[in-house]
Design a protein around this ligand. Structure first.
Ligand code: GZL
Length: 337
């Protein structure tokens, strides 16, 4: 055999030995040490490392929203998901623009928390036509069910009913109530409005003497409550606020008016943010109904299943409780938002 053929034979022998070792190493590696690499696909299914998600957030209007955003960003970071995040600054047109951008960028899944219930059919249809599934997070949209894959969020009607039950107990079944409504047309505002009335309508002595929107913000809640105190003053027995931020604004207005919030005027609100626990410790808030914003991990688990075409429930409700002043000091340190 001439020199060239001998050299070629040696080269092929070395190469085949090297290949075999590599295979063994990989095999022995998988048998012994943990795999540090994350395969992009397992059995043809995407993993988090390969998932690309577009998320259209409402804004930063409340402590609840800030906690919700933190949960989503933290979960994406922890799971290694590529997240395109857009803050809509509480304007629907910004959210629609963001969704169109996500479609153009061919993300795997779109998550959206709709600022209001209506006006989404067209852009959701565009996502459907592009084959990109939509997951509603936190708030629902009034569209046909074929335009979104799942809704991950609270039962706002039940939250309103819980607030009503607590208010009945606080007022002994009779009194004049001021209602501070959330963002007009939003799912939580519509449902908390309805749920509360479902309970108090059983008590003819309980009357809502005014119902105005504070848009889920502290500043607007304080402004609206100050105006209503001028109109109704000592007639007011209680405030029902659709979120803690408006309740905290109302507490400021009640104190400025010269009355004691939590005593002269009872206050029930929703969200259970950390500042609400402080208000209960200070005796200025009588109860807060939990609305869980920590939806990040659940959202991405859902998004991965949807991206892989796995069946998911149409609605995944959050688990939530009711909190009172007597437990506030013990629970507050445990609260994450
Ligand atoms: C409820 C959420 C609401 C909160 C507010 O799920 O959409 O929006 O109750 C927030 O604090 O602004």
């Amino acid at each position: 055999m001439n020199l060239f053929l001998r050299s070629l034979a040696k080269l092929l022998a070395l190469l085949s030995l090297g290949f075999f070792m590599a295979a063994c190493t990989a095999k022995s590696g998988s048998d012994t040490a943990d795999l540090t690499w994350q395969p992009e696909e397992i059995n043809g299914k995407k993993t988090y490392a390969e998932l690309v998600v577009g998320y259209s957030q409402i804004g930063a209007e409340s402590e609840w929203r800030i906690g919700n955003t933190a949960s989503i960003l933290e979960a994406a970071e922890n799971l290694g998901v590529e997240l395109l995040f857009s803050d809509g600054q509480q304007r629907q047109e910004n959210q629609i623009r963001a969704i169109r951008t996500f479609i153009a960028q061919r993300v795997d899944v779109i998550g959206v928390s709709p600022v209001v219930e209506t006006g989404w059919e067209s852009v959701f249809q565009e996502a459907k036509d592009a084959g990109i599934p939509i997951i509603l997070v936190d708030r629902r949209a009034a569209v046909s069910e074929d335009l979104y894959t799942a809704y991950l969020g609270s039962d706002f009607i039940e939250e309103g009913k819980n607030a009503g039950r607590v208010m009945v107990d606080l007022l002994g079944g009779e009194g004049h109530i001021i209602e501070l409504v959330g963002t007009v047309g939003s799912a939580p505002a519509l449902d908390r409005y309805a749920g509360f009335r479902e309970i108090i309508q059983e008590y003819p002595g309980m009357k809502i003497i005014a119902s105005e929107s504070g848009d889920f913000t502290r500043a607007k809640g304080e402004e609206v409550m100050a105006d209503l105190l001028k109109l109704y003053g000592d007639e007011i027995d209680a405030v029902y606020a659709h979120n803690d931020d408006m309740a905290i604004g109302a507490i400021r207005a009640i104190e400025a008016y010269g009355l004691k919030p939590g005593e002269d005027i009872k206050i029930v609100s929703i969200d259970a943010i950390r500042d609400a626990f402080q208000m209960m410790i200070d005796g200025k808030l009588n109860a807060t109904i939990e609305c869980n914003p920590l939806l990040g991990p659940q959202f991405f688990e859902l998004a991965l299943k949807v991206a892989n075409g796995e069946p998911v429930p149409k609605w995944i409700p959050s688990e939530e409780g009711v909190f009172f002043p007597e437990d506030a000091a013990e629970i507050m340190p445990l609260r994450r938002y």
